[in-house]
Design a protein around this ligand. Structure first.
Ligand code: MN
Length: 370
């Protein structure tokens, strides 16, 4: 099963409402879609979702597209598509860093293999340990009244977990938001906080202590990603569990975090970790270190969401659910039959490959005009 053709498509899809985070307010998501085809016409798809330029990490949809077009596609054509691991290793040698670009390609290889074998990717990963994953919705609304209303409306429809995006506002305002949400939603709803690296050590410590009365499940990435020691130290001094997201891209990062102690949850994202294999490796390191995992997102379409979902279904340490809400926040999608949600969960996918069928007309509709 050789790879005969590699195509890279850049696309932009707006979000339903501006998404306000510590580092940017997002109005449109930028995507790169990768389409691999065999000589028999079998097709595999991958996706890299970028939060409006190189804001969350160094990569942008433009850099991802350029890396794949110029440095990956030429050597991938003619290669054996079934060799996912050898190809991923060669890719890591040819392309330093650039995990989003590598993930989009690796994802497409898994999709192609699952489709060729007629099995869902989670079967190739060892089978699924759950058939649905509890879903977190991210609250990142500029207007505080509208934010409470958005959360209430979700709870009325059976939603149970929220992640509050903080550190874009002064600390007192964030604390007031969390207090108001807890009071409005009651004690049975799960609340988490994500600072997206937005606090320094002393602010983070002050913030987490101020937030402690509002029963948070965890606080995510309180300090900059390079400050592993600061994060470990903070985690040891507060009672709320601390999760690493931007600090944990690779299995090496996961090992370093585990060695420092303190942090008890690792956030998994297929894109930041250069693909499904590395993401599962991080989950295994977490498990070996007595930590647990959560599946984050970059606000993917149903295609990228399906790839993350395969991991969330197969990785036992994912005990904190996921935030695979991208298709609910985006104004458009690129598959015929979007991922489905029920009872506050995203439902498992059991169709071959990543489990979704890309609608090429929809990809074209959202694709970037030159
Ligand atoms: Mn995060």
């Amino acid at each position: 099963m050789k790879i005969a053709d590699v195509r890279v498509i850049q696309a932009d899809i707006p979000v339903e409402r501006p998404h306000k985070m510590s580092f940017t307010t997002l109005e449109t998501m930028n995507f790169v879609f990768v389409r691999l085809e065999t000589p028999d016409g079998l097709v595999g798809w991958g996706e890299a979702a970028c939060l409006g330029g190189p804001t969350w990490s160094e990569e942008s949809s433009e850099s991802v597209a350029a890396t794949i077009e110029r440095y990956i596609a030429p050597w991938l054509v003619g290669r054996e598509a079934g060799e996912i691991e050898p190809l991923a290793r060669e890719l890591a040698r040819r392309v330093q860093g650039n995990p989003f670009a590598r993930a989009a390609v690796e994802m497409a290889l898994w999709d192609l293999n699952g489709k060729a074998l007629g099995v869902p990717v989670h079967r190739l990963l060892g089978g699924r340990v759950r058939d649905r994953v509890p879903l977190s919705w991210s609250l990142a609304v500029a207007d505080h009244d509208a934010e409470v209303e958005e959360a209430r409306a979700k709870v009325a429809r059976g939603h149970r977990i929220f992640k509050i995006k903080t550190a874009a506002l002064p600390l007192a305002e964030d604390v007031a938001r969390v207090k108001r949400l807890r009071e409005a939603l009651g004690p049975d709803v799960s609340l988490r906080v994500d600072a997206n690296q937005g606090w320094d050590r002393s602010t983070a410590l002050k913030a987490i202590r101020a937030l402690e009365p509002w029963s948070l499940d965890f606080v995510e990435q309180p300090v900059p990603r390079w400050d592993l020691e600061g994060m470990a130290e903070i985690a040891k001094r507060v009672s709320v569990p601390i999760m690493a997201d931007e600090s944990c891209f690779s299995p090496h990062d996961a090992l370093a975090i585990a060695r420092l102690g303190g942090v008890s949850i690792l956030g998994l994202k297929v894109t930041k970790s250069a693909g499904i294999s590395n993401t599962l490796a991080i989950a295994r390191i977490a498990e070996a270190a007595g930590m647990t995992c959560y599946v984050g997102c970059m606000i993917e379409t149903s295609l990228g969401t399906a790839a993350y979902l395969q991991v969330a279904l197969a990785a036992a340490p994912v005990t904190w659910g996921c935030e695979l809400f991208g298709p609910l926040l985006l104004k458009g999608d690129v598959v015929r039959d979007p991922v489905r949600y029920a009872d506050g969960c995203i439902l498992g996918l059991d169709r071959p490959g990543l489990g979704v069928e890309v609608d090429e007309a929809a990809v074209k509709e959202w694709s970037r005009r030159a």
